[in-house]
Write a protein that binds this ligand. Sequence first.
Ligand code: C2E
Ligand code: MG
Ligand code: MG
Ligand code: MG
Length: 283
Amino acid sequence: HAKRSGRGKVVVYTREMEEAAKRTTRVEQALRRAVAAEEVEPHFQPIVDLKTRQVIGFETLARWTDRDLGFVPPNVFIPIAEERGIIGPLSQLLLRKATETARNWPDELFLSFNLSPSQLVDQNTAEQILGIIAKTGFDPRRLEIEITETGLMTDPASAEKIVSELRAVGIRVSLDDFGTGQSSLGRLREFHFDKLKIDRAFVSSILEDKPSEHIIRAILAMCEGLGMDVVAEGIEEEGQASRLVQFGCGGGQGYLFGRPCDAEATMGYLREAYRSMARLRTA
Ligand code: C2E
Ligand code: MG
Ligand code: MG
Ligand code: MG
């Protein structure tokens, strides 16, 4: 059947669209329940100094296995959470759990945390973040917020306000997935990012294709000039890592160094990492 929508356009609903809408609603309802029951968990993926291979921090990545739906990937439930107004409570739950975990790690390690575009339009976001870390006792100078260019586009003034409130207490702000989406170099002038994360798309093709190599080198030169740290995302192979070191890329993240793990496995990873560091120091 067809339905008349705004501006006189006729939208045709097919059976597939109806099915998709039903699936979305099913995920939404399950997610509301899971957030209330605190069943969504932060996992942590190591970020390393590419030259020394030492861990310098972790990115928080949301993981959810529903009783009925099974494992649901973040690329599915995060957009639904945004669309259906669940992202606020979900994000607060994750930040609380993540900082409760990360405050037990060595002090020099940072924790990074993703913010969704809709959170950069909501003026309560900064206050909520500050409230949570005050409660969990997490040092704001160890916290990094990852935002994307899409998140800056809807309402740049609102995003700017939130970003400056966070930076005022020492929280660092990084630009995630750089190079994809609506990249604008102008944004790098207006906003002051502490760090830029090069999207996996460029990293995965760095060995095979010249354009990717040139783009990465140009990004690195720009970051150096602007005084921003850099992390290359999605490093899976040794060859990619050594190429990036050669080009002067400081930080790296990817399956080569470690997959996202739960709190307990992350503690195990850290024990091992610090044991071998101590061995190196005394050797
Ligand atoms: P992202 O922030 O760009 O996170 C990096 C994604 O790349 C993660 O996917 C991570 O598991 C994956 N990844 C890391 N290393 C490799 C690699 O070597 N190879 C490949 N193929 N992939 C790698 P994940 O966990 O599925 O998350 C997907 C996206 O969902 C994230 O992209 C982020 O945009 C969003 N997301 C995840 N957790 C949260 C959250 O707590 N809040 C918000 N707002 N968004 C989140
Ligand atoms: Mg991220
Ligand atoms: Mg990313
Ligand atoms: Mg991404």
